[in-house]
Design a protein around this ligand. Sequence first.
Ligand code: GSH
Length: 240
Amino acid sequence: MSPEAVPLHTDCDIFTTVFYGTAMAKAIRILGRHTSYNVQKVLWLADELSLQYEHIQTGGRFGGTDSKEFLAINPHGKVPVLVDRERAIVESNTIIRYIADVYGKGIWNASEPFERTLTDRWLDWSIDRLERAFVAVFWGYYRTPPEKRDSDAIDRAVSECEDCLLALSAQLGLKPYLIGAHPTLADIATGVFLHRLYSIELPVTLPDNVFQWYQRLSRRQPYNKWVMSDFSELKGRVGY
Ligand SMILES: N[C@@H](CCC(=O)N[C@@H](CS)C(=O)NCC(=O)O)C(=O)O
């Protein structure tokens, strides 16, 4: 089923679906609209690991995040949420760490504490620097109607994004992925922003290393399916 084909859920449906399952219920349920880059991190990793899960479109035009049942699961009213049996996990980077720890067989995140910091620092940096710069570009330009845009703020945000891309480029060096020969959570938490930076009409320069990394990621089926999915419904949409 294509992402768009999933039916809308009422608040009540979401509560029922999450806790009691549907006819196609799986132990793992991923709540969140596929157009959210935070949700895409989770769907991308789940497919890399061939997890069996149920995807419940939630938030945005699908609604459901302001119901009291959803807020009981995530008081921030945001997606993604992962429900693994009866336990709910929130915050995209926390969720991907959890999935990697429980289902990842040591490939996507190291267990040795120092090795783990090598990946973790990119997850933290992605929130502190990259996401902040990306959001200023994506919301300031793509999601804001032309007559309301602040072009100076957009220029500053593009420059901040380009600084972040240079930091990624330096790290990529001779390595195909941020940590080495195989992608890890570091690539997921940062690589999820690349497609949008590359494909909105603004000229954001991708350094060579970063462009090649983007191409490598694009050839991975889960990246192609989720991260490179159509997000045009968000254009000029400041509502959520
Ligand atoms: N820090 C949170 C941020 C979650 C977040 O802001 N999610 C956005 C989508 S990217 C959301 O739920 N927006 C409201 C909506 O989609 O209805 C995370 O990483 O999970």
